[in-house]
Design a protein around this ligand. Structure first.
Ligand SMILES: CC(C)(COP(=O)(O)OP(=O)(O)OC[C@H]1O[C@@H](n2cnc3c(N)ncnc32)[C@H](O)[C@@H]1OP(=O)(O)O)[C@@H](O)C(=O)NCCC(=O)NCCS
Length: 167
């Protein structure tokens, strides 16, 4: 089974929304996805098998290009638990790392989302703080952070993600 990870295109929108509605209902919509694509076209990735969409993920970066965000990620249920979610994290980190000014990457995650938490921990993300009612009453989120050290002065024992990994 060859899973390809590559940049998503506008033509993928319809399939992406259909998938998002299945994996995480009421979280993503076409307008949000369009905005992400306009703002960060090089930070939206899709996972495919034989040209069939089985997952996608979005990232963004702030106006100073120092803080990256992992914004959304999903994998079709039948393909979960096979490392595809991790590859989508890796693709976004690699793309964000191309911004030389990048210093940190943030992500919000529910404390009950074990697969997200495990995948993010594998890349060195650690809890920064918890925010009550982040997405509305009762919808709390943990904010996780990954420090990114400049290549030239990386402490050797730093947990910060710094490798140039291939996708
Ligand atoms: C979160 C999600 C994208 C992860 O994708 P995935 O392809 O299943 O992730 P991976 O296979 O790379 O696994 C990541 C880790 O989670 C673990 N994992 C996978 N499924 C799990 C489950 N049901 N329960 C607990 N851990 C699980 C894996 O073992 C792996 O941990 P490890 O590195 O310690 O072995 C996917 O589960 C998903 O689409 N969930 C629904 C949407 C969602 O919640 N998105 C995130 C918020 S935007």
């Amino acid at each position: 089974m060859e899973v390809r990870i590559e940049c998503a295109k506008k033509e993928d929108f319809a399939e992406m929304i259909t998938l998002a509605d299945l994996t995480l209902p009421d979280r993503m919509n076409l307008h949000e996805l369009k905005k992400y694509m306009e703002l960060f076209p090089e930070l939206i990735f899709k996972a495919t098998i034989h040209d069939q969409l089985i997952g996608f993920s979005c990232a963004g970066i702030d106006m100073y290009q120092t803080t990256g965000w992992l914004l959304f990620s999903n994998v079709r249920k039948e393909y979960q638990g096979q490392g595809i979610g991790k590859r989508l994290i890796e693709a976004r980190l690699q793309a964000l790392r191309r911004f030389a000014t990048l210093r940190t990457v943030l992500v919000t995650v529910s404390e009950t989302n074990q697969s997200s938490l495990r995948a993010l921990a594998a890349y060195g993300f650690r809890l920064a703080h918890a925010e009550q009612d982040y997405y509305g009453p009762g919808k709390h989120r943990h904010v996780l952070e990954l420090p990114v050290w400049p290549m030239a002065c990386s402490p050797t024992d730093s947990p910060g993600w710094k490798e140039d990994v291939s996708v």
